[in-house]
Each structure stands twice: as C-alpha cells, then as structure tokens.
Write a protein that binds this ligand. Structure first.
Ligand SMILES: [Zn+2]
Ligand SMILES: [Zn+2]
Length: 237
C-alpha cells in the first residue's frame, strides 16, 4: 500500500500538500503515472522548495513516485476509501480546500510565484502559519516588516493621530517616536489575491499588539479574517 512518509523523508508541509491538492483537482482525481509530465513537474518544484533542511532530505525526497503516492493519498481522503495511510495533514488540507478548487488554485499559484521571492536560502521560521501556508506567511511578515511600508503608513496616519485600527488604543501624550514604537503595519490583502502588486496605503492597517491577535484568529479559523470581523471579535466591548 502506498506510503508517503517513508524512506526517512520529512513530512509533507501544508504548502506542499496544497500544491499536491491543486494538481489532484486539476486532474479531476485521475492520478497519472509517475512518469507523466504533470507529476514530474510537481516533483521537481517540490525538490527545489526551501522548506526542508538539505540534510533531512533523502535522495528519494519528493521524487515522482512519492508525489504519485501523495496524490493517491489525497484520492483516499477524497473518496473515503482505504484511509489507512493518509496523514492528518492530508485530511486537514482536504477538509479546508477539497471543495474550493478556485481557492486552492489561487494559493498554489501564489506559492509558485512566491518561491522566487523567497528563494534566498531557507525560509524563515514562522511561529504561526496563516491560512495561506508557511511560504505566504513568511512573505506576509516580510512585507509588513519592510521599513518603507511601515513608514508610508505612519506618515499617512500621523496627522490625525496614531491609533490602533482594531482596539483604538492610542497614546497621544507620549513623544511621537514612543507612540510609533507601539504600532505595526498589517497587510489587509491575502497574498494569494494581491499577487505581485505593489503595496498601497489602502492595503494597510495600523495595529498595536492586536496585530498578533488578528494573525492568531486567522490561524485558529484557518481562513483570512478582515478588520471589521477582527474588531467585532477583539475590540473591548
Ligand atoms: Zn489594538
Ligand atoms: Zn499582518
């Protein structure tokens, strides 16, 4: 019976599983031979991704056979037949995205595009993975920490006073540099939607430690959460 975790290779990440599910859905559940172009293309993409330390990879890492097995595992989850070998990650990703092929495809495409941007060495560790997966989470954080993006936002908000856009916290009596230290920029548009477009002011919100909270809510709901919903959930009553 097919096994995907075999040969001592690292477990499949959420992003890798999303890429496999995207291919599975595109093929309408017909799993082709490991020699097929579709499987070989995904295999070579996965082998090039910066998710796993080189030392952890066996020569068989994400080879065409392994990718074919993964597609069969996804088919097992999808059809409910022969569930013995599927992983929790397979189930989780199927539950979230199995019936949302357009969303899977958007995220898979953004991951593919993002790979180039993230290709310098290994991906930074993220302690919370947003619904879009690890690579897009890392890019989201990198985008928000870009000093240019943050100062664009601070410049725009300074005249009317710095205030958290979720909980309305502000400290107008503090010196301005102290006030600024309270706030971070949060990007409102999922990377899977925004693609490569340049960050605009309208895409940003100024947040205090509520920034960690809104990320946390997305992690626990495993979907994107906008400002209005975050305010309803997090702002003091
Ligand atoms: Zn706040
Ligand atoms: Zn954010």
């Amino acid at each position: 019976m097919a096994r995907t975790q075999g040969h001592g290779n690292p477990n499949w990440t959420r992003d890798e599983t999303i890429l496999a599910l995207d291919l599975y859905l595109k093929l309408n559940g017909d799993v082709p031979s490991p020699k097929s172009e579709a499987i070989r293309e995904l295999s070579s993409l996965l082998r090039s991704l910066p998710y796993h330390a080189e030392a952890a990879k066996q020569p068989t890492f994400r080879n065409p056979d392994g990718v074919g097995f993964k597609l069969m595992n996804i088919r097992q989850v999808a059809t409910g037949k022969g569930l013995g070998n599927v992983s929790n990650m397979d189930r989780q990703v199927w539950t979230e995205f199995g019936h949302r092929p357009d969303e899977v495809h958007r995220i898979a495409t953004a991951i593919r595009v993002g790979i180039a941007a993230a290709s310098s060495g290994q991906l930074p560790d993220v302690d919370q993975e947003l619904p879009e997966g690890r690579l897009l989470t890392a890019l989201h954080l990198r985008r928000e920490r870009n000093p240019k993006v943050r100062s664009l936002l601070l410049d725009a908000r300074r005249p009317s006073g710095l205030r958290c856009e979720i909980c309305e916290l502000s400290r107008p009596t503090l010196e301005i540099s102290m006030q600024e230290a309270i706030f971070e920029a949060h990007h409102l548009v999922p990377l899977a939607e925004a693609g490569e477009r340049k960050t605009r002011l309208a895409d940003l919100a100024l947040l205090c430690a509520c920034h960690r909270l809104i990320h946390r809510v997305m992690v626990s709901k495993t979907r994107w959460v906008g400002l209005a919903e975050a305010r309803a959930l997090l702002a003091p009553g």
